[in-house]
Design a protein around this ligand. Sequence first.
Ligand SMILES: [Zn+2]
Length: 118
Amino acid sequence: MHEGSIAAALVQSVLEVREKEALGTVKLVTVCIGRLHHVVPELLQSAYRLLKKEHGPLARSRLAIEILAVRIACRACGRETVIEKPEFACSACGSTQIDVIGGREMHLKEVIGVRRKA
Ligand SMILES: [Zn+2]
């Protein structure tokens, strides 16, 4: 399952951030995922819910998912637009000579937790 492997990678990144920032309990995790990954937020949520239980400090964290639009740059008119449908044409002039410039990204935006006591 696509969302299962994304959730596993996500948990790994959160654990790394947690170490780096010396956090104790993680409360909120925000991830940004480009629409081209075709992630179903509900499936990612349930995969995350299952996985987080295996990691104590994450067990009570909440996951927020931000889906990023597919953005393209038109080679004909130079404008950058967002496309809603899987029709890869410039929204400004209709040209199909375009470069996809957004929608494939996936990154951890934020991890909020309680700082460990020194
Ligand atoms: Zn154009």
